[in-house]
Design a protein around this ligand. Structure first.
Ligand code: OOG
Ligand code: MG
Length: 262
Protein backbone atom coordinates (compact mmCIF):
# COMPACT_ATOMS: atom_id res chain seq x y z
CA UNK A 1 0.00 0.00 0.00
CA UNK A 2 1.43 3.43 -0.85
CA UNK A 3 2.00 5.86 1.99
CA UNK A 4 -0.92 8.11 2.92
CA UNK A 5 -0.58 11.66 1.56
CA UNK A 6 -0.49 13.07 5.09
CA UNK A 7 2.41 10.79 6.05
CA UNK A 8 4.34 11.81 2.93
CA UNK A 9 3.96 15.51 3.71
CA UNK A 10 4.95 14.95 7.32
CA UNK A 11 8.16 13.09 6.41
CA UNK A 12 9.04 15.80 3.88
CA UNK A 13 8.48 18.52 6.50
CA UNK A 14 10.65 16.62 8.96
CA UNK A 15 13.58 16.57 6.52
CA UNK A 16 13.09 20.23 5.61
CA UNK A 17 13.05 21.17 9.30
CA UNK A 18 16.27 19.19 9.88
CA UNK A 19 17.89 21.21 7.10
CA UNK A 20 16.48 24.56 8.26
CA UNK A 21 17.54 23.98 11.89
CA UNK A 22 20.84 22.19 10.99
CA UNK A 23 19.66 19.44 13.33
CA UNK A 24 19.99 15.90 11.98
CA UNK A 25 17.19 13.36 12.52
CA UNK A 26 17.17 9.55 12.84
CA UNK A 27 16.76 7.63 9.57
CA UNK A 28 13.10 7.30 8.55
CA UNK A 29 13.58 3.55 7.99
CA UNK A 30 13.73 3.04 11.77
CA UNK A 31 10.11 4.05 11.97
CA UNK A 32 8.42 3.48 8.60
CA UNK A 33 8.94 0.97 5.83
CA UNK A 34 9.26 2.84 2.57
CA UNK A 35 9.61 1.40 -0.92
CA UNK A 36 11.91 3.23 -3.33
CA UNK A 37 8.75 4.58 -4.99
CA UNK A 38 7.44 5.90 -1.63
CA UNK A 39 10.81 7.51 -1.02
CA UNK A 40 10.71 9.38 -4.37
CA UNK A 41 7.18 10.51 -3.45
CA UNK A 42 8.61 12.02 -0.24
CA UNK A 43 11.43 13.66 -2.24
CA UNK A 44 8.86 15.15 -4.64
CA UNK A 45 6.78 16.45 -1.72
CA UNK A 46 9.86 18.08 -0.20
CA UNK A 47 10.73 19.72 -3.53
CA UNK A 48 7.13 20.88 -3.99
CA UNK A 49 7.26 22.58 -0.58
CA UNK A 50 10.48 24.39 -1.61
CA UNK A 51 8.97 25.46 -4.95
CA UNK A 52 5.93 26.84 -3.11
CA UNK A 53 8.36 28.96 -1.08
CA UNK A 54 9.68 30.47 -4.33
CA UNK A 55 12.55 28.15 -5.26
CA UNK A 56 13.09 27.07 -8.90
CA UNK A 57 13.89 23.73 -10.55
CA UNK A 58 17.28 23.91 -12.33
CA UNK A 59 18.17 20.25 -12.87
CA UNK A 60 19.04 16.91 -11.34
CA UNK A 61 21.85 14.95 -9.76
CA UNK A 62 22.73 11.31 -9.73
CA UNK A 63 24.03 9.64 -6.62
CA UNK A 64 25.80 6.42 -5.74
CA UNK A 65 26.83 5.84 -9.34
CA UNK A 66 30.44 4.95 -8.51
CA UNK A 67 31.92 2.05 -6.57
CA UNK A 68 33.87 4.41 -4.31
CA UNK A 69 30.65 6.14 -3.29
CA UNK A 70 28.64 2.94 -2.92
CA UNK A 71 31.30 1.46 -0.67
CA UNK A 72 31.71 4.68 1.31
CA UNK A 73 27.96 4.91 2.03
CA UNK A 74 27.10 1.18 2.10
CA UNK A 75 24.28 1.67 -0.42
CA UNK A 76 24.70 -0.16 -3.69
CA UNK A 77 22.14 1.30 -6.11
CA UNK A 78 22.10 4.52 -8.09
CA UNK A 79 19.60 7.18 -7.05
CA UNK A 80 18.68 10.67 -8.22
CA UNK A 81 17.93 13.96 -6.53
CA UNK A 82 16.44 17.26 -7.66
CA UNK A 83 18.50 20.45 -8.04
CA UNK A 84 16.94 23.79 -7.19
CA UNK A 85 18.24 27.32 -7.77
CA UNK A 86 18.92 27.61 -4.02
CA UNK A 87 21.35 24.66 -4.24
CA UNK A 88 23.68 26.41 -6.71
CA UNK A 89 26.56 28.42 -5.30
CA UNK A 90 27.55 31.51 -7.29
CA UNK A 91 31.18 31.49 -6.17
CA UNK A 92 33.99 29.40 -4.78
CA UNK A 93 33.06 29.96 -1.12
CA UNK A 94 31.19 27.19 0.70
CA UNK A 95 29.11 28.71 3.52
CA UNK A 96 29.40 26.01 6.18
CA UNK A 97 26.57 27.49 8.24
CA UNK A 98 24.14 26.29 5.57
CA UNK A 99 25.12 22.67 6.21
CA UNK A 100 25.12 20.13 9.05
CA UNK A 101 28.15 17.95 8.22
CA UNK A 102 29.11 18.72 4.62
CA UNK A 103 31.33 16.65 2.34
CA UNK A 104 32.52 17.56 -1.13
CA UNK A 105 32.90 15.33 -4.20
CA UNK A 106 34.00 15.89 -7.81
CA UNK A 107 31.52 15.34 -10.63
CA UNK A 108 31.16 15.65 -14.37
CA UNK A 109 28.14 17.88 -15.00
CA UNK A 110 26.29 18.43 -18.25
CA UNK A 111 23.98 21.16 -19.48
CA UNK A 112 21.29 19.89 -21.80
CA UNK A 113 20.60 21.45 -25.19
CA UNK A 114 17.51 19.32 -25.80
CA UNK A 115 14.80 17.63 -23.77
CA UNK A 116 15.50 13.99 -22.99
CA UNK A 117 12.46 11.84 -22.27
CA UNK A 118 12.41 8.14 -21.43
CA UNK A 119 11.65 5.33 -21.52
CA UNK A 120 14.20 3.68 -23.75
CA UNK A 121 16.82 6.47 -23.70
CA UNK A 122 20.19 5.12 -24.90
CA UNK A 123 23.72 6.44 -24.28
CA UNK A 124 23.77 7.73 -27.87
CA UNK A 125 20.54 9.69 -27.33
CA UNK A 126 21.90 11.01 -24.02
CA UNK A 127 25.04 12.24 -25.79
CA UNK A 128 23.02 14.05 -28.48
CA UNK A 129 21.06 15.95 -25.81
CA UNK A 130 24.20 17.40 -24.16
CA UNK A 131 25.18 20.96 -25.05
CA UNK A 132 28.02 21.50 -22.57
CA UNK A 133 30.17 19.47 -20.23
CA UNK A 134 31.36 21.32 -17.11
CA UNK A 135 33.30 20.32 -14.01
CA UNK A 136 31.40 20.48 -10.72
CA UNK A 137 31.75 19.98 -7.00
CA UNK A 138 28.76 18.49 -5.22
CA UNK A 139 28.36 19.43 -1.55
CA UNK A 140 26.43 16.63 0.10
CA UNK A 141 24.98 16.94 3.59
CA UNK A 142 22.76 14.20 4.92
CA UNK A 143 19.87 15.28 7.13
CA UNK A 144 20.38 12.02 9.03
CA UNK A 145 22.46 11.59 12.17
CA UNK A 146 26.05 10.52 11.55
CA UNK A 147 25.48 10.67 7.78
CA UNK A 148 23.97 7.16 7.99
CA UNK A 149 21.02 5.98 5.97
CA UNK A 150 19.41 3.23 3.90
CA UNK A 151 18.63 3.45 0.18
CA UNK A 152 15.09 4.72 0.78
CA UNK A 153 16.22 7.21 3.44
CA UNK A 154 18.69 8.87 1.09
CA UNK A 155 16.19 8.98 -1.78
CA UNK A 156 13.64 10.72 0.47
CA UNK A 157 16.39 13.13 1.61
CA UNK A 158 16.87 14.35 -1.98
CA UNK A 159 20.08 12.34 -2.38
CA UNK A 160 21.82 14.35 0.39
CA UNK A 161 21.78 17.45 -1.81
CA UNK A 162 22.95 20.63 -0.08
CA UNK A 163 24.89 22.84 -2.47
CA UNK A 164 26.83 22.56 -5.71
CA UNK A 165 29.13 24.68 -7.80
CA UNK A 166 30.32 24.47 -11.39
CA UNK A 167 33.61 25.86 -12.61
CA UNK A 168 36.30 25.41 -15.23
CA UNK A 169 35.17 26.00 -18.78
CA UNK A 170 32.19 24.56 -20.64
CA UNK A 171 33.29 22.13 -23.35
CA UNK A 172 31.23 20.72 -26.24
CA UNK A 173 30.80 16.94 -26.07
CA UNK A 174 31.94 16.16 -29.64
CA UNK A 175 35.06 14.03 -29.70
CA UNK A 176 35.16 13.51 -25.92
CA UNK A 177 35.10 10.02 -24.51
CA UNK A 178 33.65 10.76 -21.09
CA UNK A 179 34.96 7.44 -19.77
CA UNK A 180 38.51 8.69 -20.19
CA UNK A 181 38.01 12.14 -18.70
CA UNK A 182 40.39 12.20 -15.74
CA UNK A 183 40.00 14.11 -12.49
CA UNK A 184 42.33 14.82 -9.59
CA UNK A 185 40.80 15.75 -6.24
CA UNK A 186 42.92 17.79 -3.84
CA UNK A 187 42.34 18.94 -0.28
CA UNK A 188 44.59 21.74 0.93
CA UNK A 189 47.04 21.05 -1.87
CA UNK A 190 47.30 17.29 -1.35
CA UNK A 191 45.93 14.75 -3.76
CA UNK A 192 43.23 12.73 -1.98
CA UNK A 193 41.72 10.79 -4.90
CA UNK A 194 41.92 10.36 -8.66
CA UNK A 195 39.48 8.83 -11.12
CA UNK A 196 38.20 8.93 -14.66
CA UNK A 197 34.62 9.21 -15.91
CA UNK A 198 34.38 5.42 -16.23
CA UNK A 199 34.03 5.34 -12.43
CA UNK A 200 30.44 6.51 -12.99
CA UNK A 201 28.47 3.39 -13.99
CA UNK A 202 31.13 2.66 -16.60
CA UNK A 203 30.23 5.85 -18.48
CA UNK A 204 28.56 9.11 -17.33
CA UNK A 205 26.31 8.77 -20.42
CA UNK A 206 24.93 5.56 -18.89
CA UNK A 207 24.10 7.57 -15.78
CA UNK A 208 22.38 10.29 -17.83
CA UNK A 209 20.34 7.70 -19.77
CA UNK A 210 19.46 5.91 -16.50
CA UNK A 211 18.22 9.21 -15.05
CA UNK A 212 16.04 9.99 -18.09
CA UNK A 213 14.49 6.51 -17.86
CA UNK A 214 14.05 6.68 -14.07
CA UNK A 215 12.29 10.06 -14.37
CA UNK A 216 10.03 8.65 -17.09
CA UNK A 217 8.94 5.89 -14.72
CA UNK A 218 7.55 8.67 -12.48
CA UNK A 219 6.09 10.75 -15.30
CA UNK A 220 8.99 13.21 -15.49
CA UNK A 221 11.58 14.20 -18.06
CA UNK A 222 14.80 16.13 -18.51
CA UNK A 223 14.44 19.55 -20.13
CA UNK A 224 16.70 21.64 -22.35
CA UNK A 225 18.72 24.06 -20.23
CA UNK A 226 18.78 21.85 -17.15
CA UNK A 227 22.04 20.91 -15.44
CA UNK A 228 22.72 17.31 -14.45
CA UNK A 229 25.45 16.23 -12.02
CA UNK A 230 26.26 12.70 -13.14
CA UNK A 231 27.49 11.42 -9.74
CA UNK A 232 30.72 11.53 -7.78
CA UNK A 233 33.81 10.04 -9.40
CA UNK A 234 35.50 9.47 -6.04
CA UNK A 235 34.56 9.24 -2.37
CA UNK A 236 33.47 12.48 -0.70
CA UNK A 237 35.81 14.48 1.57
CA UNK A 238 34.70 16.36 4.70
CA UNK A 239 35.28 20.12 4.67
CA UNK A 240 35.83 22.55 7.51
CA UNK A 241 36.46 26.28 7.74
CA UNK A 242 39.59 27.19 5.79
CA UNK A 243 39.78 23.93 3.84
CA UNK A 244 40.32 24.30 0.10
CA UNK A 245 38.92 21.53 -2.09
CA UNK A 246 39.98 21.53 -5.73
CA UNK A 247 39.04 19.20 -8.57
CA UNK A 248 41.08 19.46 -11.75
CA UNK A 249 39.67 17.75 -14.82
CA UNK A 250 41.30 16.89 -18.11
CA UNK A 251 40.08 19.44 -20.72
CA UNK A 252 37.45 20.99 -18.43
CA UNK A 253 39.76 22.85 -16.05
CA UNK A 254 39.43 23.40 -12.34
CA UNK A 255 36.59 23.87 -9.90
CA UNK A 256 37.20 24.67 -6.26
CA UNK A 257 35.52 25.54 -2.99
CA UNK A 258 36.84 26.95 0.26
CA UNK A 259 34.94 26.29 3.47
CA UNK A 260 33.94 29.59 5.11
CA UNK A 261 31.95 30.48 8.21
CA UNK A 262 28.81 32.47 7.53
C1 OOG B 1 24.27 10.29 -1.23
C2 OOG B 1 24.47 11.22 -2.40
C3 OOG B 1 25.48 10.65 -3.33
C4 OOG B 1 26.91 10.98 -5.36
O1 OOG B 1 27.38 11.74 -6.20
O2 OOG B 1 27.20 9.78 -5.28
C5 OOG B 1 25.96 11.57 -4.38
C6 OOG B 1 25.37 10.43 -0.21
O3 OOG B 1 26.48 9.96 -0.44
O4 OOG B 1 25.11 11.01 0.85
O5 OOG B 1 25.65 12.73 -4.48
MG1 MG C 1 27.13 13.72 -5.70
Amino acid sequence: MPLAAGAVEELARRLLAAQAGRQPVPPLAREVTLTADDAYTVQEALIRQKLQQGDRLVGWKLGLTSQSKQQQMGVYEPIYGTLLASHLLPAAALPLDRCIHPKVEPEIAVILGDDLAGPGVTEAAALRAIRWIVPALDVIDSRYENFQFTLTDVIADNASTCLAVTGGRPVRPEGIDLRLLGAVLEKNGEVVATATGAAVLGNPLTALAWLANALAARGGRLRAGQVVLTGALTGAVPVQAGDLITATFDRLGTVSLRGVRG
